[in-house]
Design a protein around this ligand. Structure first.
Ligand SMILES: *Cc1c(COP(=O)(O)O)cnc(C)c1O
Length: 395
């Protein structure tokens, strides 16, 4: 794999940047997650075109930007004028700051009191969920003011003040010194699957916003919709939307009005090809037995890379314009393909496990379906062992 700055045959300026390049100048194993930063930019543009002008797009970059590499993705979003980035944990916020990200950050999950001094001096807003948490943050803020987004539980049943109690508690919190309630939000439980319940959550949230206004509190930013909610409740994009998976090009519901494309491709190369006679087992447990003389090929990727064992004898990969089946159990570091029907296959051939190659495509959603999960888990499950390689075709 080429590192550094190169020029593709097409003439596009192409940067290959490896997150680990500061510690490691070479990659001996060809398995990589290729991240197309131009796709992120284009997806953001499509999302902005789909949202009302007054609605800010909050870039959700939690869980290492859904496995895409939070520092690089955040840098691109910041360059594209995204003003607020959302992470799940305090440590994710620190990682972004240590990588030079200056946009305001919002921690969606829980933050302990000992993170507050960092938050107030590094422009990190926290999520508060009740009066006690708010008081705790205020006490830890020292002489600074802590910026808080109040989370309302309108039906998710996780963190957040219950909608029925919300108004009183939030108004009370707003009066606490060294606290600034800058945001108010809630989260949909089934935006993609239950329109009725989503409408109920929306109504509960709207009631809280109305009551707060009547009580004299208008948070600067009121936000509700995740990716799915943007399509199933387009009327409630409010001051902000919080797309995650949509940014990464895997819409969780059909989104013809907002054309995005996948950002991540999982690629490797054929390691070796060998002939096995009929009746030969392949892999642990001998779950695949050849029924003909078989050209078996190995690829250097396994469940420790996030190519999960559940894909054994189920998934296909793209090789020379064809789909080659994964045969036998996926091992920790390697798995086998049946390439008998692709006689030209040879070591070094490019293989795509997620993404497009030679006019064929495999999506994270398709792999997720095979494993009985969702694209989110497939993407965030691509492990640290897989180097992220960045491609930027922007002018
Ligand atoms: C993860 C998350 C999102 C983004 O969800 P997607 O389905 O990826 O768009 C939005 N809001 C909150 C509170 C989240 O935790």
């Amino acid at each position: 794999m080429e590192l550094g700055i190169g020029t593709m045959a097409s003439g596009w300026k192409t940067r290959y940047l490896n997150l680990e390049e500061t510690t490691r100048a070479t990659m001996y194993r060809p398995t990589v997650a290729e991240i197309d930063l131009t796709a992120i930019r284009d997806n953001l543009r499509a999302i902005r075109a789909f949202t009302p002008l007054k609605t800010q797009v909050i870039g959700v970059v939690k869980a290492d930007a859904y496995g895409h590499g939070a520092a690089r993705i955040a840098a691109v979003l910041e360059q594209e004028q995204v003003r607020l980035l959302a992470v799940a944990t305090p440590d994710e916020a620190v990682e972004l700051r240590e990588n030079g990200i200056t946009a305001e950050l919002l921690v969606l999950g829980n933050s302990p009191a000992d993170f507050v001094p960092y938050a107030v001096t590094n422009n990190v807003a926290l999520t508060t969920v009740n009066q006690a948490t708010t008081m705790m943050y205020a006490a830890a803020a020292g002489t600074h003011t802590v910026r808080l987004h109040y989370k309302v539980d309108t039906g998710m049943g996780r963190a957040g003040v219950l909608a029925d109690n919300a108004t009183k508690q939030i108004l009370y919190s707003a009066a606490v010194p060294r606290v600034s309630i800058v945001g108010l939000y809630s989260h949909f439980a089934c935006a993609g699957s239950d329109p009725e319940f989503t409408a109920l959550q929306t109504a509960r949230f709207a009631a809280v916003v109305r009551e707060l206004r009547a009580g004299g509190l208008q948070p600067a930013m009121v936000h509700l919709a995740n990716s799915a909610g943007m399509f199933t409740s387009p009327g409630v994009m409010l001051d902000g939307v919080r797309p995650g998976i949509l940014l990464y090009g895997c819409p969780p519901v059909p989104a013809p009005t907002c054309p995005v494309r996948p950002v991540l491709s999982l690629r490797t190369k054929l390691e070796m090809v060998k002939e096995l006679p009929a009746g030969h087992g392949i892999g642990y447990g001998r779950t695949f037995i050849t029924d003909r003389p078989t050209h078996m090929a190995l690829i250097p990727i396994g469940y420790a890379d996030g190519y999960l064992r559940g894909l054994s004898n189920k998934a296909h990969v793209i090789l020379r314009g064809r789909f080659a089946p994964v045969v036998g159990r996926v091992s920790m570091d390697v798995c086998a393909l049946d390439v008998t029907d692709i006689p030209a296959a040879m070591p070094g051939d490019r293989v795509t496990l997620i993404g497009e190659q030679d006019g064929c495509s495999i999506t994270a959603d398709e792999l997720a379906e095979l494993m009985g999960t969702i694209s989110y888990e497939v993407l965030t499950g691509i492990s640290k062992r897989v180097p992220r390689v960045y491609i930027d075709r922007s002018p």
